[in-house]
Design a protein around this ligand. Structure first.
Ligand code: SF4
Length: 220
């Protein structure tokens, strides 16, 4: 694929956006999902599909006491696991995926969570988003996570015109400096929760409205 040409002006705009995100969201450098090891983050991320991080954190408090290793999940009684994760929604599918992923971890990865994307996306219930959460947060490998906030705000900021998460991921990789890929996600999530909400973004309170094409268009 041909590399996108980025004008000096656009590079400067991106630099200013990053500086402002850093200034306003200092301290937002971690995922909101509580975890103490790679397996816990993997399970929490699977549970976070169509569910708030707050709810996932409530559920995992008890779940992580009951199941500690990949083998624990692999040999779990599915009905019992479903009861633990019921309130995160889509619990049948999530339970099936957690058990499936755990079985694969035991069979192919010695019970450990791998770090390479090809292995991660082979696990049931794990797509590029979850794989990149693991890579960035656990292994500190530069990765861009395209979740609902990143998708929406990257479009509003004019970084992409796509709705396809994989396409957005690759477009952002061209625009955002590699050493900012992990943080971009955390800071954009903070912005999406506080100001650039899905409905009725608070553009008049936004510190980067002067750099935002969505806002400029709304003034016309
Ligand atoms: S100006 Fe509005 S649309 Fe643009 S980033 Fe800020 S809140 Fe979002």
């Amino acid at each position: 694929m041909a590399k996108r040409r980025i004008s000096k002006k656009e590079q400067e705009r991106i630099k200013q956006i990053i500086e402002l995100l850093d200034e306003y969201y200092e301290g937002h450098e971690e995922t909101f999902l509580d975890h103490e090891n790679p397996l816990q983050l993997l399970v929490a991320t699977i549970l976070s599909a169509q569910c708030t991080d707050e709810r996932v954190n409530q559920v995992t408090k008890k779940l992580f006491q009951r199941y500690k290793t990949a083998q624990d999940y692999a040999s779990a009684d599915i009905k019992e696991l479903e009861r633990y994760i019921y309130s995160t929604g889509f619990y049948r599918n999530k339970a099936k995926n957690i058990i499936g992923a755990a079985n694969m971890l035991v069979a192919e990865f010695d019970g450990q969570v791998p770090s390479d994307i090809e292995s991660l996306i082979k696990l049931p219930g794990v797509g590029r988003k979850t794989a990149n959460v693991i890579r960035g947060n656990i292994y500190k490998i530069p990765s861009i996570v395209v979740d609902t906030h990143v998708k929406r705000i990257s479009n509003r900021l004019g970084f992409t015109k796509s709705s396809d998460p994989e396409k957005i991921e690759f477009e952002l990789m061209e625009l955002i400096p590699e050493d900012y890929w992990i943080e971009y996600n955390h800071k954009i999530i903070a912005h999406g929760r506080n100001i650039c909400t899905a409905r009725g973004p608070k553009c008049s309170k936004c510190f980067m409205s002067h750099l935002c094409p969505y806002y400029k268009k709304s003034l016309k």
